[in-house]
Design a protein around this ligand. Sequence first.
Ligand SMILES: Nc1ncnc2c1ncn2[C@@H]1O[C@H](COP(=O)(O)OP(=O)(O)OP(=O)(O)O)[C@@H](O)[C@H]1O
Length: 610
Amino acid sequence: MTLSAYQIIRPAAGRLGLALLAGAGAASAAIALTACSAWLISRAALHPPVLHLMVAIVAVRACGLSRGVLRYLERLIGHDAAFRILGDVRVRLYTRLERLAPAGLADFRRADLAQRLASDVDAVLDLITRVVLPYAVALVAGLASVLVVGALVPVAGMTLAAGLLTVAIGVPLLQRAATRRADGRLAPLRGELTTEVVDLLHGLPDLSLYGAVGSRLDRIAVVDGRLTGAGRRSAFVAGTSAAVTALSSGFCVVVGLVAGAAAVRAGELPGELLAVVVLTPLAVFEVAGPLPVAAQVFASARASVGRLREVWETPDPLTEAHGETPSRVTEAHGVPPSRVTGAHGVTPSPVTGAHGVTSSPRVEFGCGADLGSTRAGGNPGVCRVGVRSAPEVDTVVPEVRVDGVTAGWVAERTAVRDVDLVLRPGARVALVGPSGSGKSTVAALLVRFLDPREGRVTLDGVDARNIPADRVRQIVGYLPEDAYLFDTTIGDNLRIARPGATEAELRAALRSARLLDWVETLPDGLRTLVGEHGMSLSGGQRRRLALARLLLTDARVLIFDEPTEHLDDETAAALTRDLLTAAGDRTVLLITHRTDDLTGLDVVHLRPAT
Ligand SMILES: Nc1ncnc2c1ncn2[C@@H]1O[C@H](COP(=O)(O)OP(=O)(O)OP(=O)(O)O)[C@@H](O)[C@H]1O
């Protein structure tokens, strides 16, 4: 998937064109204002009848007024276009990130990613308002001025053309050679510095304990030094470029004066036009003056756009299966006792008793013609889950199977190999295994954070790759080991799972997670702030709050990843009991290290991939 320049500007290409026209008009008006004024002053010195000056007087007024209006329009339309483009780029990137996370983002550091999403995206704005528009406007206005001055005094016109080419092309080329990619290094260095500072802030307590704060600060100082060096070099070159631009402008004025005076003496140029030839270059260089800076902005903005492209073009961790049976209907009633099977790496283990699955709607996954209305927009071959009749799909607990799955997070490493697992509707299964054996990876496969390299995960027989990831996650809920709590209230943290939830629903979820009694003792109740990462809660309260959030969803298959980690035995046993009770008739997959108390659960052992 590529991100071309056209794709970037497409949402506001028309507006950009208008801004360009307005900008070129404003620049031409400014140059014409100087030229007309110069002619008017020279001509007036000869005391002609005032009527002979009327056209020039009107032209000066018209140019003076239109310059301001057109400049305003250029800014207004240009920035409007740029912000539209910026908004579109941000939405595209966030959508892409959503698709990539978490498996596709393994190679990116969080702070650097934040830097890319903030200042690197802003560079797109610079690219449009400080590079594309100034260059385009200078091209139009410069060409017109060269033609006019050249028509009056050819040598002056050619000198002006040479001066403008020097400023627009020569100086940027020299700049590029002088900075030796310093400009291009600014964005990555800023990303590196942000990463180091965020790392330091996160790890400050540990670094203090080990007395390692100084060495981290030294590392930051090194990166900061490199960034300052690149910035200083860039600023020095910008200053030199400004000096060369001023010299070029002065040179064109002097040549215009000398060549123009010679033309007047030779009778080839009326005297009052000499001022036009001499002063027009000054106005043109007002327009062309920012071009060396624009070229510098271009170098650093190009690096930023390259960094955005890296995110955009990161290979998709999710794949779509081919050759799937078009559609399939499953009957959910009369669910037989569930069974867990294991091939390589998984010990076969019978499972007893489905838990109260009684509903019997017909649920369809796939791409049957009669489900055409549920086909996922713009993603051929991917179909949504459809329901032929009430009750809702979410009341049905599908059978989830993992068949001969091999998968990994990074290309060169395999996290799980040839895993088989069956979760019959209503089953209660404990997935146990040594640390690093791939238990969380199995969970990631079940919610399509990751797709199998070999084998397949199915929901009621339909390959999960044929069901949009979002939909899979509505059916299969996951409570990760490090479930994230946002720095907001208890209520808002819960509403992430169900934005329209009423207070009664929130309280019911908290009650199921055995947290309601505690919340009711708080002066602010559901409006209590939990702090960054939920730091104002205890470990057990954090987990119960995250559990309540998961219970608030309609997911019919619940995966709990080490929910009792770091809790004492008594609290752990109570939490396990509570979450199994709260799960009701939903399927439960409990990932755990603890093998001491798994009463009522069918135990599946996962062995490491290698
Ligand atoms: N997001 C990730 N990016 C890259 N590699 C990962 C990621 N998550 C897990 N891995 C790798 O996959 C392998 C299996 O890890 P996983 O977390 O699934 O094991 P686990 O059995 O859940 O471990 P634990 O019990 O310690 O949580 C490990 O080698 C780990 O390094």
